[in-house]
Design a protein around this ligand. Sequence first.
Ligand SMILES: NC(=O)c1ccc[n+]([C@@H]2O[C@H](COP(=O)([O-])OP(=O)(O)OC[C@H]3O[C@@H](n4cnc5c(N)ncnc54)[C@H](O)[C@@H]3O)[C@@H](O)[C@H]2O)c1
Length: 591
Amino acid sequence: MAREFSTVGVVGMGTMGSGIAEVFARSGLDVIAVEVDEESLERGRGHLEHSTDRAVARGKLDADGKDALLGRIRFATDLADLAGCDLVVEAVPERLELKARVFAELHRICRPEVILASNTSSLSVTELSVQTGRPGKVVGMHFFNPAAVMRLVEIVRTVVTEPDVAEDVTALAEKLGKSPVVIGDRAGFIANALLFGYLNHAVAMYEASYASREDLDAAMRLGCGYPMGPLALLDLIGLDTAYEILITMYRQSRDRLHAPAPLLKQMITAGLLGRKSGRGFYTYAEPDSHEVVDDAATPAVADTPAEVRQVRRVGVVGTGTMAGGIVEVFAKAGHDVVVRGRSADRTAEVATRVARSLDKAVLKGKLAEADRDAALARVTTTTSFDDLADCDLVVEAVAERLALKRTVFETLDEVCKPGAILATTTSSLPVVECAAATSRPGDVVGLHFFNPAPLMKLVEVVHTIATAPEVVATARAVCENLGKHPVHCADRAGFIVNALLFPYLNDAIRMLEAHYASADDIDNAMKVGCGLPMGPFELLDVVGLDVSLAIQRTLFEEFREAGYAPAPLLEHLVTAGRLGRKTGKGFRDYT
Ligand SMILES: NC(=O)c1ccc[n+]([C@@H]2O[C@H](COP(=O)([O-])OP(=O)(O)OC[C@H]3O[C@@H](n4cnc5c(N)ncnc54)[C@H](O)[C@@H]3O)[C@@H](O)[C@H]2O)c1
């Protein structure tokens, strides 16, 4: 018979513990919350008040419900008060010796049949279990931040956890309205193991001044649809907690990519722990506030150089998907656009595609008919590069082959007027290769649009070591005028988005290869636990496994990080012609 849980203990009322206490109390359980001292308890109460007030403000809870919820939580500063609990969840800081001590004490205090759970994000649950005289009754119960909102709970079963213990805790998580996934004991479990390499990489990029904090975060929100950027998320998680998670992962994986970026340690030492201390990568109105306030690193409007070149007439080279989208975006924003293709048939085809897309926008009520007609009237087509001579900006969007792009840039260099900006929309080749094919590398910049260009707001503006500052400033201004959100970075493989995204996807494939979890569980964990719009395998099948492999190879070849080497399973699927949705089979079969 399944256990009944009526009173639950929560140890530690910090970021996570207070959320966990709220979740239990909301579903009618009595909670005993334990902290180290009165002051910390007071802070925990503050977290609860704040979170339940927000639930009331959002109409998710009424005032009576809030009082009842808080009324079910009793506060204490002595673990001995947990003697009557049916289950205890530990949520003290991520330090093994501290948690080990708490578990040893809980074992002494609680009845022998009581389940002891840890909310650890990365430490070995097995190691905690052996601190008690009841290792079979110890599990991980890993909630996600904010616990009251996020539905994923990773239930970690060690090799000695009794099967009915894992089952009963899983059933409880379901009763709490959560979406549990049961997995083995490995550093980082599913979600953090995949998330933290990515977060650490973002810190390393920031530390190297590769891109600003705002641009790094905007790139992942707008380029991948993530609910938060990596640095804002680290501030929410807490830098100290993130550091401990990375260290534990590194100890187990010995993967250099998990070794915490040195900046994290420095920030922690300086007391910059994220939201909880009022300052982390960003500065907040006060400790525990989510309101970001300006600080010395906030970009000032005056930082934009005044000198910006005029861009009216725009050339687009290429007739593919990206070229068509880019033509539409520029024409809609009022630019005269000349599309250059290899044949009249191809250019006519692009013009038709643009017209069809604009028609759709009219049908959806997003564009007036007169604006559609005006936009179409601005587009002309040609098969001759000479017609790009008087363009202020030319965007190259031909196939992703370096030799081809270099030839285009050599020709543009010959025909375009002095001062014209020459841009490439490459997603993986070095922009500087295009620049080096011209006699005017200062005028060459990367403008990496995302597919579909008319919808995706992000554009990565990529400068090479030679790009002139006013060319970058002009590129940014042009993007803003298009209604896009430009982010700025240097010329390294993958720029921001692909460099952060693909190693994570590759890690997910390795996790699948290692039989740690199924594709469904991994996809589910990332969607439900981290709020990502798609799980890694869904996304890989949409992007195409051949495209993903090519990007991963480019990253590996540029950085030579062992962890970036494409997962063998990815290579095998591509070899077998399983390329994802486009071939009907990838990680999953499609009908
Ligand atoms: N922050 C996250 O996003 C997140 C997400 C999931 C899991 N976790 C895990 O949850 C656990 C707690 O992390 P957090 O972010 O809530 O940390 P936190 O620093 O916000 O809170 C920890 C709390 O534990 C209290 N504490 C310390 N020693 C104690 C003791 N002996 N007895 C009772 N209370 C004690 C502290 O006073 C503090 O209030 C860690 O294992 C962490 O890895 C964190």
